[in-house]
Design a protein around this ligand. Structure first.
Ligand SMILES: Cc1cc2nc3c(=O)[nH]c(=O)nc-3n(C[C@H](O)[C@H](O)[C@H](O)COP(=O)(O)OP(=O)(O)OC[C@H]3O[C@@H](n4cnc5c(N)ncnc54)[C@H](O)[C@@H]3O)c2cc1C
Length: 458
């Protein structure tokens, strides 16, 4: 059967098809640990247009072979790993910005455009695309749409879902549809666009995206505030918000994270403090000078032990570079890093963080905790050696306890990374049973033969 499948795909893709075992390995992973036996895709194909995607889906449907879309592969939840030998649609040849319309504040892009590239291009016109998965120099708009990725700017600007107004999607029956119109405000019919955003590539394959843009803030100022106590740091978050501020970023870094960044990427972080807040304010320069003064006063009143305010764009970037290097720094502690993404009401950040620290010390597992404190979205980065049988088993128990804790605190499993393969066993505990039933029905309606990224989410 593979020979027939190959022959059919070859007709569409000519040389743009991979089938040798050694060529397939890079497409079998994402950034989640592959604890099971590695499953390789059957073929990787590189479409250049939506018609090719449609033809591929129809061929896969005929032979009952799964199809999985893949972009940069930075997903943390096993979303683009294959569960059965499948055909991978890799979008590296669909990586163009098709148009930018300054007057209508929209742009049309292909799925594999890297997010930073979108921002670099729209900034030339004084525009801004706020979604920023912290790895924006690598991750793509297609992946961000499929996961409704968030990131540090979510508190003020929202997540990817707030900036997607129309999608071209290829469905499991090969049909190519537009989910909406290219108008930012439109309630004509059901909001199919929002159904596909965050669907983790399980309902259809996204081949074109219309994004909403906003005017670029004139300036930004970044502040790092250190605290001797985690409770004071989170109280400061509330004090900042209650004083009328809407910072672009309100990120929290714990002591372990500060130490680990400083160990592997020395950049002058203060490692003796229990926690730090990274606060970015953006807007008009004149307003920012006033707001920064006010912010300083609030942080002082909130018992900040030390406050560092960047004086220029270079210093802003320096602070951001250290924050963005956190994940890479943790990878140097042990062979594996698992990043979780629990989210709780902001008032529950302290019990969540203290709870994670307690569980980790019970199992002697190193954890570096950071997160988007403004949204209650916390990323514990667990440093592990999964080849160590005990550590692997302990981590499975720890994970059960982590999700149980987040749910007990009124939270949820994932604020921005998605469910994929890694969190599906917890889904029934996190969702209303009736809602879950309808989600499964939606999947069955769009993909009755279960060939589009099967065995994910549910
Ligand atoms: C260091 C680091 C930091 C990160 N920080 C953040 C963060 O702050 N916030 C955040 O939200 N995430 C973060 N992530 C997670 C991840 O990077 C993002 O979710 C990212 O947006 C995924 O993009 P990608 O291009 O790598 O997609 P991939 O990993 O390739 O794919 C992700 C999912 O999208 C599906 N998909 C891809 N393309 C399509 C398509 N065309 N049609 C349909 N489905 C498709 C795939 O099947 C898969 O399920 C981080 C990851 C790393 C490694």
């Amino acid at each position: 059967m593979d020979k027939i499948l190959y022959a059919e795909l070859k007709k569409i893709y000519s040389e743009d098809i991979l089938f040798e075992k050694e060529d397939l390995y890079p497409y079998a992973y994402d950034t989640s640990p592959n604890r099971n036996v590695l499953i390789l895709p059957k073929f990787v194909v590189f479409p250049t247009n939506s018609q090719q995607v449609s033809q591929t889906i129809l061929i896969c449907k005929k032979y009952n072979v799964p199809v999985v879309a893949r972009a940069a592969g930075t997903c943390h939840c096993g979303g683009c790993r294959v569960k059965k030998p499948a055909v991978i649609l890799h979008f590296s040849k669909m990586n163009k910005i098709l148009s930018i319309n300054k007057e209508d504040l929209i742009a049309k892009v292909q799925p594999n455009v890297v997010i930073k590239k979108i921002n670099d291009e729209v900034e030339k016109l004084g525009l801004f695309f706020p979604p920023d998965p912290s790895n924006l120099t690598v991750s793509t708009i297609g992946g961000a749409v499929a996961l409704s990725s968030g990131g540090p700017r979510t508190f003020k600007y929202g997540t990817t879902k707030d900036y997607i107004i129309n999608l071209e999607v290829v469905l499991a029956d090969g049909k190519i549809i537009k989910t909406g119109t290219d108008i930012a405000k439109d309630v004509t019919g059901y909001n199919l666009t929002s159904l596909f955003v965050g669907s983790e590539g399980t309902l259809g394959i996204i081949t074109e995206i219309t994004i909403k843009l906003i005017p670029k803030p004139q300036s930004r100022k970044v502040t790092l505030a250190y605290f001797d106590d985690l409770i004071e740091a989170t109280a400061a978050v509330n004090n900042i918000i209650n004083s009328g501020f809407i910072p672009a970023t309100l990120d929290l870094l714990d002591k372990n994270t500060l130490e680990t960044i400083e160990k592997f990427n020395p950049c002058g972080l203060l490692c003796t403090k229990e926690a730090a807040l990274l606060i970015e304010l953006d807007g008009f320069e004149e307003n920012l000078n006033y707001e920064c003064k006010k912010l300083f006063e609030i942080l002082k009143k909130s018992n900040a032990a030390k406050i560092v305010q960047a004086q220029n764009e270079e210093e802003n970037e320096q602070i951001w570079r250290s924050r963005r290097s956190a994940f890479a720094a943790v990878t140097k502690l042990k062979p594996n890093v698992i990043t979780e993404d629990v989210v709780v009401p902001r008032s529950k950040i302290v019990p969540l963080v203290k709870g994670i620290q307690k569980i980790c010390s019970e199992y002697n597992i190193t954890v570096c905790i950071m997160g988007h404190a403004g949204d209650g979205n916390i990323h514990p980065n667990f440093a592990l050696d999964l080849s160590n049988e005990k550590e692997r088993k302990d981590f499975e128990i720890l994970k059960d306890k982590l999700f149980a804790l987040a749910l007990k605190l009124g939270g949820s499993l994932s604020g921005e990374h998605g469910i994929g393969d890694e969190k599906k066993k917890y889904l029934k505990d996190a969702l209303d049973i009736g809602a879950l039933e309808y989600m499964e029905k939606i999947k069955a309606l769009f993909d009755p033969k279960n060939i589009i990224n099967p065995d994910k989410i549910f």
